[in-house]
Write a protein that binds this ligand. Structure first.
Ligand code: MN3
Length: 370
């Protein structure tokens, strides 16, 4: 039995992870469920999976189950007898859990790219204990199994292009929250859906790939692939390309992160290549999607900048989701934050948290001038 701890169990990644668990009750046991707070969905999950432990960021003890709460609880759960943690927390709230789990030497399957970016400068030595759930990085992880790292010519991350791939730039000022949440290919949470619409998601993934696989930015390429059938590719020095191909379904990378090196049935749809018929690839349009280009620049700067980018983006996306800023203001706001900050490279978690706090204060000031 593999004992699992699922962080963010009520979110998009968490519920799809539990879908995979339902199919393999003979091999998997949910030991810990975790969410930011108590909700009906969490209580239903506790009833169904009967975990030994529950962790919530805030709230009261839950009857009938050992409950860990808050920062102290977090430091305790990382030492529990759990074979694999799954981090499905959305956004920068995932930083501390990722940090403490890596410090405790735990196996961690993570979909939380924000934490990987913010902790990159201090924790990247420990990223070898990570199994990527992000579909592109799971793809690259799998492609890497067919060659030596030193023989990689470049890694290629594919992007669906999001809902506005064909929308002319002059109409971008009219984009509504509903338009932006309407992703054509993937079933995802709200933050990553907006990031996909701006292509910031792909920018974050470029930096994520740099830290996870220790590959220089010059060797990381993004290609728009609206069909979302190929998730990632590696071109080796002999010009042979290895690709990872499947229907777009997060249960595939989730189940692989859990079953590695085995491969398990996971409820996803089998891909019929004759149904796909043809595949399209384009270069990204940086005029329409300037955040992708900005992410490359930020990644190359390194130091505190990927953290600043992550925080500014999360803030800007939340403001857009609340209807407080326009879609095109997301880029404006992030860019002006990056122009204003100057931080030295963080050396520990405390310094990263300090950068986050100061960036949040700056964003709040800059919003007033939008
Ligand atoms: Mn992805």
């Amino acid at each position: 039995m593999k004992r699992l701890g699922i962080l963010g169990s009520t979110g998009s990644i968490g519920t799809q992870t539990l879908d995979v668990v339902r199919k393999h009750k003979d091999k998997l046991k949910v030991e810990l469920l975790s969410a930011s707070k108590i909700s009906d969905r969490l209580l239903k999950q506790i009833e169904e999976f009967k975990p030994r432990y529950v962790y919530i960021q805030s709230g009261e003890e839950i009857e009938g189950v050992k409950t860990f709460i808050g920062e102290d609880g977090l430091k305790e759960i990382v030492n529990l007898d759990i074979d694999l943690f799954i981090n499905g927390i959305a956004g920068i709230a995932g930083i501390k859990p990722t940090y403490y789990l890596l410090e405790a030497g735990k196996n961690l399957a993570t979909a939380n790219k924000e934490a990987i970016l913010c902790l990159g400068e201090i924790s990247k030595d420990k990223y070898k204990n990570l199994f990527p759930i992000d579909s592109e990085h799971s793809a690259i992880f799998q492609c890497m199994l067919s060659g030596r790292k030193e023989d990689i010519d470049k890694i290629i991350l594919t992007a669906s292009g999001g809902p506005f791939l064909d929308l002319p730039l002059k109409k971008f000022h009219q984009i509504t929250v509903e338009d932006a949440l309407n992703h054509p290919k993937w079933k995802m949470g709200r933050k990553v859906s907006i990031d996909s619409a701006t292509l910031m998601n792909k920018g974050l993934e470029v930096i994520e790939a740099h830290y996870l696989f220790d590959i220089p930015y010059e060797k990381i390429e993004v290609v728009i692939h609206p069909d979302s059938i190929i998730h990632g590719l590696i071109q080796f020095k002999d010009n042979s390309i290895i690709a990872n191909i499947s229907s777009p379904d997060m249960r595939i990378p989730i189940s692989y992160a859990i079953s590695y090196p085995e491969r398990w049935e996971n409820g996803s749809r089998k891909l019929d290549l004759t149904e796909v018929a043809f595949l399209r690839f384009f270069k990204p349009d940086y005029k329409k999607f300037p955040l992708l280009k900005l992410a490359y620049e930020v990644g190359k700067l390194g130091g505190a900048y990927p953290t600043v980018l992550t925080v500014a983006d999360e803030f800007a996306v939340n403001l857009f989701l609340k209807g407080k800023i326009k879609f095109i203001d997301i880029h404006k706001l992030i860019k002006s934050v990056l122009e204003k900050v100057s931080f030295s490279s963080p050396r520990n978690l405390e310094e990263i948290l300090e950068i986050i706090k100061k960036t949040e204060i700056l964003v709040k000031e800059l919003i007033k001038n939008l």
